[in-house]
Ligand binder design. Structure first.
Ligand code: 5GP
Ligand code: ZN
Length: 137
């Protein structure tokens, strides 16, 4: 684990947290500064900084817990839906360098602003990035 990692310390119990779920490989707890009531974080127990650092089998365990927690949070908060957000590296807004998925309950008409698709792309640009990304896969 990262010796100074806050989320590793939450897993070990060194720092208190509102734990909502735990299994062999994963851990889920309430976000201390929620975007909505019930906003939770799902993490691997092992320390991995980003989605690029975690072995695929462990990532699958984390995603399974995200699904479970998402369903529970919707029921617990009477939500109509939920967002799953996951930031990789500082440029993407990652503050805690221990991989985590945000699970945020949503209600129709709530005022939370998370926007995608705000820029219009030309056909040539889309073709160029289709090619560039495919070459890396
Ligand atoms: P990031 O920006 O790295 O994707 O999100 C980190 C999240 O961790 C933030 O939403 C923040 O509120 C939450 N967080 C930071 N420190 C703590 C803590 O000590 N306890 C809990 N429960 N959440 C934390
Ligand atoms: Zn950690």
């Amino acid at each position: 684990m990262g010796d100074e990692c806050i989320f590793c310390k939450i897993v070990s119990g060194e720092i208190p947290a509102k734990k909502i779920f735990e299994n062999e490989a994963t851990f889920a707890f309430l976000d201390i500064n929620p975007s909505a009531k019930g906003h939770s974080l799902v993490i691997p127990k092992n320390h991995h900084a980003t989605m690029l650092d975690i072995p695929e089998a462990e990532l699958k365990d984390v995603i399974s817990t995200v699904q479970k927690v998402g369903a529970a949070i919707m029921k617990a908060t009477n939500a109509d839906g939920f967002n799953v957000l996951q930031n990789n590296r500082e440029a993407a807004g990652q503050v805690i360098p221990h991989l985590h998925f945000h699970v945020i309950p949503r209600t129709i008409g709530d005022s939370l602003k998370l926007s995608f698709g705000s820029q219009k792309a030309e056909e040539e640009e889309l073709k160029e990035y289709e090619k560039r990304v495919k070459e890396q896969l």
